[in-house]
Design a protein around this ligand. Sequence first.
Ligand code: SAH
Length: 226
Amino acid sequence: MIRIDIISVLPQLIESPFNASIIKRAIEKKIVEINFHDLKNYASKKRKQVDDYQFGGGSGMVMMIEPIKKCIDKLKKQRHYSEVIYMTPDAPILNQKLANKLSLVGNIIILCGHYKGVDQRVRDKLITMEISIGDYVLSGGELPAAVLCDSIIRLIPGVLGDETSALTDSFQDEILAPPVYTRPANFENIQVPNILLSGDKAKIENWREKKALERTKKIRPNFLRD
Ligand code: SAH
């Protein structure tokens, strides 16, 4: 079983994506265990805070190193973690290759930032990997952490059944997925491509490959160049 520990100042922001569908089933099947840690519980009794003004001046609060270190140390004493990940926009961007890799590594800690982000010393000393979910800035790392977890969990062997097979999804072979259709075959005179109704498996496979390639050329030509 893989264990994911998510550290956040607003854990309630992230709990609901784990209570439905594929992730919920993976948790019920005991393939993955997810734990949320409220950073406020690690604030020192004296100061009772998890953030403070930045040295040198400037707007926005910065998350302090002490509570984060306390929480990470406590977790690390209990078990081994393969990665301690910080979600941050100024990092390499998540892709399917990285999700595949992380679905195989073992236990993970994910730190969600807030406000201006975390004290740089957290990133220098406590974090082993930084991941962004795209070139835009969100207000907290909770949604990015949920995105990362979803992308990883659905790839862990045993999570997806045949009906949701990950192998035919976009990006698995550096190619986008072909279009898909379901009943009715004719909706207000818009027809499903005939070939999909032909029952000819080889022809259907060829058609899907052709369409996937067309889509990739149009939308992500960079995949075909390297
Ligand atoms: N001041 C920072 C942004 C802080 S946003 C900067 O300019 O780079 C607050 C928090 O939201 C971050 O600490 C991070 O955990 C999270 N976050 C925002 N956008 C993100 C993104 N694109 N990917 C991953 N995490 C993100």
